[in-house]
Each structure stands twice: as C-alpha cells, then as structure tokens.
Design a binder for this molecule. Structure first.
Ligand SMILES: Cc1ncc(COP(=O)(O)O)c(C=O)c1O
Length: 441
C-alpha cells in the first residue's frame, strides 16, 4: 500500500471499514445512535407527504418583516455588545424579562436564579451532565420527550418510566416506583417531567395530582425537573400553575422561546435553586463559554418592543384550529379500535393502535401512502410503545391534516385486515433510544 493510499485508513484494520475510529469512542458514545427511521423521514419530508411527524413550530405565522427590522436595528445600534462574548449565566436584562414571562405561570423568581441556555435542550444536557454518573436512575413519564431520552442515554443514565394516563403522571405509580428503587438501593437523581401539554402524549397533569407529585418527591428527596416549553400554548383559559411555583427548592424549571417565538433563536432557560444554578453556570461555561449575545439581545428586544402576548394568542388560535382539524378527522375516519388523547394545548396527539399492530412496522407503508408519523417506540427507553404513534398538528395546514388522517386511516385499516387474515403480527422488542432528529423532536 502506498503512503498516499494508506492516508487516514490504517485504523480501519482495527475497527469497521466505515468508521475507522469505531473502537476509540468513549463508552458513553454507545448510547448515541441515529434512528434507523431517519432515512424514512428524509423521504417523508417530500412535499407530497403529509407529515404528522414533525414537531416544528409554525414560524411562518410570525411577522417576519418585523423580526428582520429588529435584528438589523440591533446590529446597527448595539453591534459592539450584540457581537461580543457574553456572560455564562446569560444577559441580565433578558433574565429579568424571563422572570416576567414565568409570572404568567405563578412563578415568583429573581433574575439571579435564571441561566439562559441554548434552547431548553441544552439545559437538559447540562443538568444531566452535573447530576448523572453512569447507571444513575432518572424517572420519566412513559412515554417521554425523545430529546431528553437521547440526552439521558448519552450520559448513560438508566431511565425508569412512570405510568401516565390522560391526567398526567400517576402519583401512585410514582410513589411505588420510588419505593421499589429505594428498596433496591438504586439512587434516583431526579424526576424528569413535562406536566403541561406533554410531548408526546399531549396530556396535562391535573391540579390535584400536581400537589401529590410535589409531596411524593419532597418526601423522598427526589429533585423534579419540570420541562415546560408548551405551558403558554393552552387553548382554554389561563395557563396552568407551574410545579415550580409551589416548590422553589425542589424543582428546576426549564423554559424556552422555541414555541412561543421561534426555535431558530435557540434561547431557553433553567430556573434553579442557588447551588444548582452555580453548577449550571460552570457547566455552561465549560460547554460554550457563553450563549450567543446576539440572539439573546434579539429576543430581549422582541419582548421589549413587540406585543408578545398577542403573538402567543395568535399562535394558540392557529394551533387550536389545527388540533380541532386533527381530532375531528380522527373521529370521522379512524377505525373504532383506534384511540387517542385530546390535548388542551401544545402540539401533539398520542394514538393507540389495536392489539397486534406495530406502528414502526406500519411506517414504511404509511410513507408510501404519503403520510408520516413518529412511531411510539422512540418515546420509551425500554422498547415499549409499539402500539402507539405520535401525531403532531403544529405544522401542516388544516386541510393537509385531514388528508393525512384519511391516508393514515386507510393504512391502518389495511393493516387490521392483514392481521385478521394472517394472525397477530409480533410486536418487536426495540431496546434503546431511537432519536429521529431535531425537526421531529
Ligand atoms: C418537551 C420538550 N423539551 C425540550 C425541547 C427542546 O426545545 P428547545 O431546545 O428548542 O428549547 C422540546 C422541543 O421539542 C420539547 O418538546
């Protein structure tokens, strides 16, 4: 082999020919695997496919001209600050504004306890980094947010799911799970929960259960991570009171401007008890030195000069109309054996297929019929969820949603016929976290 041909290839003899460094990765990288359904979603993003899969906010509804002016004005007037490094904790003025946003959910907090992060996803990463050693237990609803499960897997946490029904996490199940783990001597580092308009299930923890969950965790000394990106996107009445509002010392609250403004700014935050906040700031600095001053100031400027509450209201109206389109179409078109949740806000409906059907096995046929969804297995870390699928209504127009459901109902009916003819298909075990990618999170 000439030196030229050998260039960069020698390690291949020790590992796979595709990845020359396959045996050099840290053990934690084993938990980072691309979903085998990603390729399918590349096809699903073609315009002829109705995607009920993506979790992308409908940013087209923003007054984009105004955002453009605001950004341009920011560079012209405050360029030397906006284009400079910032502090690890985040822009102080934006942190004040974040406290004002959180007051809508009953949270009274000082800007000093807020850490601005690169979306709430980074807050999840930093929290996992500071709390988790390999093998530590994290409690999470079953199903739970795929991006969080991916982070937990990357840090080699052991996720134990807690049962959830249409009123949110089941307190009895939480108490039993904590008791069983304590008895087994397994250290629980935190409960990760999305109490309001949950991703993927669309359900909301009811008022009575909120207090029970707080009490159970407080008694057991379990920290709660409350992830709440959809809390202000409720379709009826006032926002729910956050868990954090009733226990400042026992809850780390995560918020985000991704759904109420735009995910492209990548501005989220963590509100944490002092000691945790200090660690978060250090972890933030070690990860990225500081968040982008530019996008933080842009969001700050937006909040200071634009009617952001009105914008949230118009997002809510838009998503309510799409939620109604999805629920009405499901009601009208799905076989009676299929069931689903009825979200009062947020982006997602969680559907349950009849016995013997496997949503992941159905996906290729659905994509061939020009409709896509996310199979339920991606939302569990233990291989369950095969009879479920997440349907999102945030992105397609109402007519497209109806057409998507019509196609999907046809596919499910065919699958049921196949099942009745050939018997129950085996629902495959699928251990591991199956991350389909950011646009589908
Ligand atoms: C429950 C939940 N948490 C966190 C995130 C991450 O959001 P971001 O990093 O854009 O703030 C998402 C995004 O879809 C989500 O659904």
């Amino acid at each position: 082999m000439t030196e030229e041909r050998d260039h960069g290839q020698t390690p291949a003899t020790q590992g796979s020919r595709i990845d020359a460094y396959v045996d050099r990765y840290a053990a934690r990288a084993a938990g980072m695997v691309a979903s085998e359904i990603r390729a399918l979603f590349a096809v699903a993003s073609r315009p002829e496919v109705v995607s009920l899969a993506g979790g992308m906010p409908y940013v087209t509804a923003l007054p984009l001209d105004m955002v453009g002016e605001l950004v341009s004005d920011l560079v012209t007037r405050r360029g030397p600050v906006a284009l400079q490094y910032g502090s690890g904790q985040g822009d102080p003025h934006l942190r004040e504004q974040i406290c004002e946003v959180m007051r809508l959910e009953g949270i009274q907090a000082g800007a000093n306890d807020v850490v601005v992060t690169v979306g709430s996803q980074q807050a999840l990463d930093l929290l996992t980094r500071i709390f988790i050693d390999p093998g530590d237990v994290v409690l999470a609803e079953g199903p739970s947010y795929v991006g969080a499960l991916g982070t937990f897997a990357a840090y080699q946490a052991k996720v134990v799911h807690v049962a959830m029904d249409d009123q949110g996490i089941v307190p009895e199940s939480l108490a039993q799970t904590i008791y069983a783990l304590e008895t087994a001597g397994a250290p629980i580092k935190f409960l990760y929960t999305i109490p309001t308009f949950q991703n993927p299930a669309g359900v909301t923890l009811n008022h009575a259960r909120r207090q029970q969950v707080l009490d159970i965790c407080q008694r057991a000394g379990v920290l709660i991570i409350e992830d709440n990106p959809y809390g202000l996107l409720g379709f009826d009445g006032e926002p729910m009171r956050a868990l954090r509002a009733d226990n400042p010392d026992g809850v780390v609250y995560l918020g985000s401007f991704s759904k109420t403004l735009a995910p492209g700014f990548r501005v989220g935050w963590a509100l944490a008890p002092h000691a945790i906040r200090d660690k978060l700031v250090l972890a933030m600095e070690s990860a990225v030195l500081s968040h982008s001053s530019f996008t933080q100031l842009a969001v700050g400027q937006y909040l200071a000069t634009q009617p952001w509450r009105e914008q949230i209201k118009s997002f809510k109206e838009l998503y309510r109309e799409r939620r109604d389109a999805l629920l009405d179409a499901l009601e009208a078109l799905m076989p009676p054996e299929v069931t689903w949740t009825r979200p009062a806000g947020g982006f997602f409906v969680w559907a349950t297929l009849p016995e013997g059907l496997d949503s992941k096995a159905i996906l290729p046929r659905a994509v061939a019929e020009r409709v896509a969804f996310v199979p339920g297995t991606g939302f569990f870390s233990d291989g369950s969820g095969a009879r479920h699928m997440r349907l999102s209504y945030c992105f397609p127009e109402p007519d497209r949603i109806r057409e998507g459901v019509r196609r999907l109902a046809g596919v499910i009916e065919q699958e049921m016929q196949l099942r009745d003819t050939f018997g129950t298909g085996s629902v495959r075990e699928h251990p591991g976290v199956d991350t389909p990618g950011p646009d589908l999170a």
